[in-house]
Design a protein around this ligand. Structure first.
Ligand code: UT7
Length: 326
């Protein structure tokens, strides 16, 4: 059976660090509140001249190097992002130019914080049906350019960065075992960017009314996320006849430590088998899972044959999971 196997991972974070103490000087908040309520201590922020494509390009090059693959061998390049360089063309096309992946079909995929899992699932289908042999799947964001830095409800949560994987067609039982995607459009207003689309286009008035930024009803998103991530994680396991005891590493979307703990409790998996880097990077949306995956792999936390469970949740609402045998 042909499966899509991850043969290389890579990530790239901005160098600039914004700590909770820096934020104390910007909005009415405290390090104590942020750490207790979210688990975040600092986040990375893009500098002038750095864009989503900047980090996506570096993450892609690192993943290619790790896979021992050449850019021209890539026949599919997908970026999950809610902060593309431009509304169009796709940031994937800009990355294609940067890395010279001349033979790739390129597109961006919009599924907010679930973007990487949605992109992984899409690429996996291309590979399994034979339409692609080697794919680059990237999650990349520069959220610092769409958050309202005067809104303490949101600005402290997010960070910038990118992660990437090379997926290759391979015979055998190693690779992506299954992916599971869900959406509930009834709740799109719980988390969205109000401006720069066709409803609230760029205008001085929309800028003055602060209508261009991301907005979120955190409490409601929180409750939905815990339930949905628990359910879809379980769905990924049962589909493959696995139990939580078979999982070597659980990599959840990094949005809030309390969400991660609650989902872990529902699934019955402890902190020792859960990868968390939220404290250092905040919520990097579609980039959070591939950054964590790359760090975990490079730290020796994932070995050949291990079962890894990825579990994401985001605006849309969207959520999804992937079970992978390394
Ligand atoms: O990535 C996609 C999905 N996104 C998420 O998963 C995010 C989900 N939501 C969350 O992580 C949490 O809801 C937040 C971290 C955003 C907020 O935490 P919370 O425990 O839900 O706090 P809250 O909004 O209920 O606010 C509690 C209190 C309020 O004060 P009162 O009304 O109890 O007096 C807020 O005014 O905390 C206050 N507060 C703050 N205080 C200091 C809210 N934001 C802040 C702040 N600093 N930054």
């Amino acid at each position: 059976m042909i499966r899509a196997k991850i043969t290389g991972t890579g990530s790239c974070l901005p160098e600039k660090v914004l700590t909770n103490f820096d934020l104390e000087k910007m909005v009415d908040t405290s390090d104590e509140w942020i750490v207790t309520r979210t688990g975040i201590r600092e986040r990375r922020i893009a500098s002038e001249g750095e864009y989503t494509s900047t980090f996506a390009t570096q993450a892609a090059l690192r993943a290619l190097e790790a896979a021992g693959a050449k850019a021209e061998e890539i026949d599919l390049l997908i970026i999950g992002t809610l902060t593309p360089d431009f509304p169009f063309p796709a940031t994937a096309c800009i990355v294609q130019q940067n890395i010279k992946a001349v033979n790739a079909a390129c597109f961006d995929l919009s599924a907010a914080c679930s973007g990487f899992i949605y992109a992984l699932s899409t690429a996996e289908k291309f590979i399994r049906c034979g339409q692609a042999k080697k794919a680059l799947v990237i999650g990349a964001e520069v959220l610092s350019r769409v958050v309202d830095w005067s809104d303490r409800n949101t600005c402290l949560l997010f960070g910038d960065g990118a992660g990437a994987v090379v997926l290759e067609a391979a015979e055998g039982d190693h690779g992506v075992l299954s992916t599971h995607l869900h959406s509930d459009g009834n709740y799109w207003e719980l988390l969205y960017q109000r401006g720069c689309g066709s409803r609230n286009p760029a205008s001085q008035k929309n800028l003055d009314d602060r209508l261009i930024y991301l907005t979120m009803q955190g409490n409601e998103v929180f409750k939905y996320a815990v339930r949905a991530m628990g359910e879809v994680g379980l769905e990924a396991l049962t589909t493959n006849g696995l139990t939580i005891g078979d999982v070597s590493l659980f990599i959840p979307h990094q949005a809030n430590q309390r969400i991660i703990d609650s989902v872990g409790k529902r699934l019955g998996i402890g902190a020792d088998r859960t990868y968390v880097n939220l404290g250092r990077y905040g919520n990097t949306s579609a980039a959070s899972i591939p950054i964590a995956l790359d760090e975990a792999f490079r730290a020796g936390r994932i070995k050949d044959g291990d079962v890894v469970l990825l579990d994401a949740f985001g605006g849309g609402l969207t959520w999804g999971a992937a079970a992978i045998r390394w």
